[in-house]
Unconditional design. Structure first.
Length: 135
């Protein structure tokens, strides 16, 4: 499941989590995008509905805040390097100032994974064609 920021009120996050995990086939992981308040809400709501991180559900966060360091289990998250962003922007502005050129290609800034204890090591069985055909 994915939880995104959209007027993230704890009651809205709780309602979304309850709906997600009440399904016949609930998710085994949640990717949280947006505000870090969502992560904090999720960390309090999951135990309230009887789910433990990472035993029952893994949590992965897109982004990082020092506040996340205080959560237990320590959340796994993707972290962007602001220094890398600043360096690329400075290079673009410098090239424009010197040469009058704007970039003609997209620049990729790849986030790094900061491993945490919120993702379970689950072994996923490969799909077998016979099992797919039988379904």
């Amino acid at each position: 499941g994915i939880i995104q920021s959209c007027a993230a009120r704890p009651t809205a996050v709780a309602a979304a989590a309850r709906r997600m995990f009440a399904r016949a086939h609930p998710p085994t992981a949640v990717l949280v995008t947006g505000d870090f308040e969502l992560v904090i809400s999720l960390y309090t709501i999951l135990p309230a509905i009887g789910l433990r991180i990472p035993r029952d559900v893994s949590v992965l966060v897109l982004g990082h805040s020092p506040l996340l360091d205080f959560l237990h289990p320590f959340p796994a998250c993707y972290k962007f390097s602001w220094e890398q962003w600043a360096s690329r922007i400075a290079r673009i502005i410098g090239n424009h100032a010197r040469l009058g050129l704007w970039p003609t290609k997209f620049w990729k800034v790849i986030p790094t994974l900061r491993e945490g204890d919120s993702v379970a090591n689950r072994r996923v069985e490969p799909c077998r064609e016979s099992a797919v055909e039988a379904a």
